[in-house]
Design a protein around this ligand. Structure first.
Ligand code: ADP
Ligand code: ASP
Ligand code: MG
Length: 413
């Protein structure tokens, strides 16, 4: 007998028929003798619909009220799924995030889980009940409803699995596992049997939204066995593991991630003197804007061009800050570009393979794609390119690193 936490995403509970199918699956597992905690998202499209409703009232609505509103999406699905389970003779009980006592900090819209009280859940499990918990939400110490950020139900699932010491956290979604890249962009993308936490963390943070990044962090920290699988078809899915099979030859690159979430800003012709980077980025960080890539050119005439990228949501704020300091820094101009994309190759195998970056750059050059910025870490190389070439770049890299070829699989037998 195992204790399983099963999380079902928006598409998997998108209609009454899909909710009935989830109830069938949960009751099958229950009949096998497993203890089940289910975490559900709002029905697909519902969170977006609620955001639009709020915006139609006020373009900058109160963050507290926004969380009260958004948490209702998940409250609908927990009740419907519990009803569908009870109809099948399965004893089930639904809980919102605050009822289950998921305590978070007070950062509305991006709250972090601080504590989970498992006592009530233990009582239910001991009584043979299936517990159905609303994902993506909790409450702060004052009882205010909070939400965990888009895609946050993944994190609720993993956090509950960690708190309950579950045997596995299963993330059921609309694809049958983690692929070498988004299968909606590259037809020949291949499902991975296994991927390491480190790689999954990079993939998630570089744009693969199949798992919310915080859920991967959580699973790595608390050693929660994590699996991504399809709620539509049966299969083994993808297991996220601690550094895989040491006996296997690792391919250099395991996956390709991409996103359009960034924007680029450049201060032209600033004096190349000590302290300039901090005078530019100080006000940016004071405004709570996170900077991703940074490039400062070597100068010949005593001036330099200073370029950095930020999330697209922060782009206008960052631009107005630069306009404000441009004069006092003696810069020639501020240039910006929001039509960029970041494409990244990820793989723990890079540690032991030379020439990975040059293969990447050659593949992009062969497609005449110009690289605007580059950043690297031990297990990834990211480039910023023109947004309109993003899908072409992803396909070219997928083929350059032979990711469709099953022989290259990270740990395929
Ligand atoms: P859910 O609603 O179940 O949480 P999401 O839409 O958040 O589902 O995540 C699943 C989607 O992630 C897939 O439909 C797929 O388009 C996308 N995706 C992006 N990168 C990958 C990848 N490397 N492997 C699998 N899916 C990916
Ligand atoms: N419903 C929320 C969202 O759409 C949380 C989730 O689905 O994980 O972002
Ligand atoms: Mg998701």
């Amino acid at each position: 007998m195992a204790l399983l936490v099963q999380k079902y995403g928006g598409t998997s509970v998108g209609t009454i028929e899909r909710i009935e199918a989830v109830a069938d699956r949960v009751s099958r597992h229950k009949q096998k003798g497993d203890d089940i905690v289910v975490v559900v998202s709002a029905m697909s499209g519902e969170t977006n619909r609620l955001i639009e409703l709020a915006k139609s009232v006020d373009s900058t609505p109160s963050a507290r009220e926004m969380d009260v509103l958004l948490s209702t999406g998940e409250q609908v699905t927990i009740a419907l799924l519990s009803m569908a389970l009870m109809k099948r003779g399965v004893e089930a009980r639904s809980y919102t995030g605050s009822q289950v006592r998921i305590t978070t900090d007070s950062a509305h819209g991006k709250a972090r889980i601080q504590e989970i009280d498992t006592a009530a859940m233990r009582t239910d499990l001991d009584a043979g009940r299936v517990i159905v918990v609303a994902g993506f939400q909790g409450a702060d110490e004052h009882g205010n409803i909070t939400t965990l950020g888009r895609g946050g139900s993944d994190t609720t699932g993993v956090a509950l699995a960690a708190a309950l010491k579950a045997d596995e956290c299963q993330i059921y979604t609309d694809v049958d596992g983690v692929y070498t890249t988004d299968p909606r962009v590259v037809d020949s993308a291949r499902r991975l049997d296994k991927i390491t936490f480190e790689e999954m963390l990079e993939m998630a943070s570089l744009g693969s939204k199949v798992l919310q990044i915080r859920s991967v962090e959580f699973a790595g920290k608390y050693q929660v066995p994590l699996r991504v699988l399809s709620s539509f078809v049966e299969g083994e899915g993808t297991l996220i593991t601690t550094e895989g099979n040491k006996n296997m030859e690792q391919p250099a690159v395991s996956g390709i991630a991409f996103n359009r979430d960034e924007a680029k800003l450049t201060l032209k012709g600033v004096p190349d003197i000590p302290g300039i980077a901090s005078r530019i980025l100080g006000p940016i960080s004071d405004a709570n804007i996170e900077v991703d890539m940074i490039v400062q050119n070597v100068s010949a005439d005593g001036t330099t061009d200073f370029t950095f990228t930020v999330h697209r949501n922060d782009y206008e704020k960052a631009f107005s800050i630069l306009e404000g300091i441009e004069g006092e820094l003696g810069a020639r101009a501020t240039l910006t570009n929001a039509k960029i994309a970041k494409v990244s190759i990820v793989g723990v195998g890079m540690r032991s393979h030379a020439g990975v970056a040059s293969t990447m750059f050659r593949a992009l050059a062969d497609e005449s794609i110009n690289i605007q910025l580059i950043s690297t870490s031990e297990i990834k190389v990211s480039v910023i390119i023109d947004e309109k070439y993003m899908e072409l770049a992803v396909r070219a890299l997928h083929s350059a690193f032979k990711l469709s070829d099953s022989a290259a699989g990270i740990s395929e037998a």
